[in-house]
Ligand binder design. Structure first.
Ligand SMILES: [Zn+2]
Length: 253
């Protein structure tokens, strides 16, 4: 137990999102949601993701970046503000795919309307645990990446070394079938929240490879000087090779 209002963790450091000195404060013990940058309000996974983008693609501001289901905070806002070719999308069930509402494009990660090789980087932040057909989503992300591009994302690997477990899927008629007690996470555009469809483990890299033939790195940063410490704070980087030999596309489709 902690005294109300007292910080569990508080330190000065460099925020990768603010790109300047800041203070990181956690008022609760669940650092994943509670260890905030006082300047930008970001949480550790957003700072870990932004650090990874900077490391892997230092020239990200010049690239074509797509983010599915951004939040109005942290890395999403920074990418939108500083990358001229940043494009975001959300899934609106009632809109045709590719249509726009309020400047936001409607896209379903399982069936993107973007042409092949449209983007250098796809970003998803805590989205892949809500997708009903993740194999299709990983294939679509791979299809729309340019050679040399990457899908950089966070998703809570709650099962760690245990196998990933499907919690919900679609049946043949398209109905959602819950295989486990439904769990919902907060969703900025849906009061009901988002159904958790998979409890991912470290084997997510194998699942991605089986889906799209691409390799994935799991990056764990623990660095208080950047305000990066939390539970389930891995950043995953699925890389599309820059060049593949002719006749060996490595394409499972
Ligand atoms: Zn910040």
């Amino acid at each position: 137990m902690t005294v109300a209002g007292a910080a569990v963790l508080k330190n000065e450091g460099f925020c990768p999102i603010c790109a300047r000195s800041s203070t990181f404060v956690a008022k609760g013990e669940w650092l994943r949601d509670q260890y905030l940058c006082v300047r930008c309000g970001s949480v550790p996974r957003e700072r870990a993701l932004m650090s990874t983008v900077e490391t892997q693609f230092p020239h990200w501001r010049e690239l074509a970046i797509h983010e599915s289901s951004p939040v109005r905070r942290g890395a999403s806002l920074k990418l939108a503000r500083e990358c001229a070719r940043y494009q975001s999308s959300r899934y609106f069930a009632e809109l045709p795919l590719g249509a726009h509402r309020g400047g936001v494009r409607c896209e379903n990660l399982e069936a993107l309307t973007f042409a092949d090789a449209s983007f250098d980087v796809h970003i998803t932040q805590d989205v892949m645990e809500h997708v009903l057909d993740p194999a299709s989503a990983f294939r679509e992300i791979a299809r729309t990446l340019r050679p040399g591009g990457a899908h950089i994302f966070t998703t809570p690997l709650v099962n760690r070394s245990a196998p990933s477990r499907v919690r919900a899927r679609r049946d043949e008629s398209g109905r959602i079938v819950n295989l486990e007690e439904p769990i919902y996470h907060g969703n900025p555009i849906d009061k009901r929240g988002s159904l958790v469809t998979v409890d991912w483990g470290f084997d997510i890299c194998q699942r991605i490879f089986e889906a799209c033939g691409l390799l994935t790195q799991t990056i764990h940063i623990d660095d208080l000087s950047r305000g990066i410490r939390a539970e389930y704070n891995e950043v995953l980087v699925t890389i599309k090779p820059a060049a593949t030999p002719a006749g060996d596309r490595g394409d499972p489709a």
